[in-house]
Design a binder for this molecule. Sequence first.
Ligand code: CTP
Length: 406
Amino acid sequence: MNDLAGKHIVLGLTGGIACYKAAELCRALVKEGATVQVVMTEAAGQFITPVTMQALSNRSVYGSQWDAREANNMAHINLSREADAILIAPCSADFMAKLLHGRADELLSLMCLARPIAEVPLLIAPAMNREMWAHPATQRNVAQLKADGAHVFDVGSGEQACGEVGDGRMLEPDELLAEVVAFFQPKSLLGQRVLVTAGPTYEAIDPVRGITNLSSGKMGFAIARAAHEAGAEVTLVAGPVHLATPRGVRRIDVKSAQNMHQAVMEQAPDATIFIATAAVADWRPASAAEQKIKKDGTGQAPALAFVENPDILAGVAQSERARGGALYCVGFAAESHDLLANAQVKRARKGVPLLVGNIGPATFGQDDNALLLVDEHRAVELPRADKLTLARQLVAEIARRLGHAA
Ligand code: CTP
């Protein structure tokens, strides 16, 4: 992916052991397509050298407002005018206090104060000892910085450099990268609550065997991420898959279609959008044996009886909230042929305003896919792309249909 292509980020480092993570973060931002200009405070230089940051950003590092390299001698103005965002990572407790008071006695704080506040967002990744983080002064500063328009990221929790355990660690480089990428996405689903189902289901035959399918869950997880990036509150009901939960998404793990049905019915009353990407098993064994079914020596296979699972999507789509327009339902259709005709029929049968068709064998387990969006009026093709790109396009299409295009 090149999610930050064309973005110029000023990466500010302040004094803290988390400076070692800033090196990896800088590399990750560059890899994602951004250009990165590093600015360091004197204290940051105690933890990591400008040489390291220069090598990773491929630009010489700034550290002083008296830097004579700038023809007009105004590094604070020049650097902040070029930026699409200023990201302070790590941001120490002391530096937050400085920002809060509009202090400007060295280059980084001077540049933050001098930035055009409406055009250059200030992103802050705090990093400090747990007592410093929990201190009322710091919490007051965080609240005020947010009120002043800064975007303050969460902190991580766990073991700290001082040996103590608690909140205050800087987020990991990959987490911060995801936050920065999300920050730049259009907020087309702000205020929406999105419920997504993803992955296969597992229908037990006995304690050691069951019936499942080849769905990887990747498309549903990508949609959950894209909806969160677009500003929605997202709940993801996931069948058995080995995928990391997208940042900021609430995940409920389930196994069988009945578990998934129950979880969805509990969550749906709070949702405003329901997106059913799960490959739900249509049938389950009528009764799962309590003990492993053994060969009985006759050479005869055991006879399995099946019963149909509830249709989760159709059930939600028939609810009063969905029929009244308070819950917008989106279905998926995994077909093997005649995609358009099958998708149109399925949309009508499921009673949903939007159905997304894809060719099952071409998508299961793959990192990319192609989609066909079928609504009451027309069919729109989203050509083959990676699943996150498609998920973002789908989110934009849903927002447009809800009249919330960003
Ligand atoms: N779905 C569901 N609950 C089920 C079966 C399907 O919520 N018990 C949802 C899927 O998540 C998907 C849509 O319904 O959004 C279509 O699923 P699909 O398996 O393609 O369709 P089926 O209803 O099984 O129809 P068919 O057997 O004709 O393929």
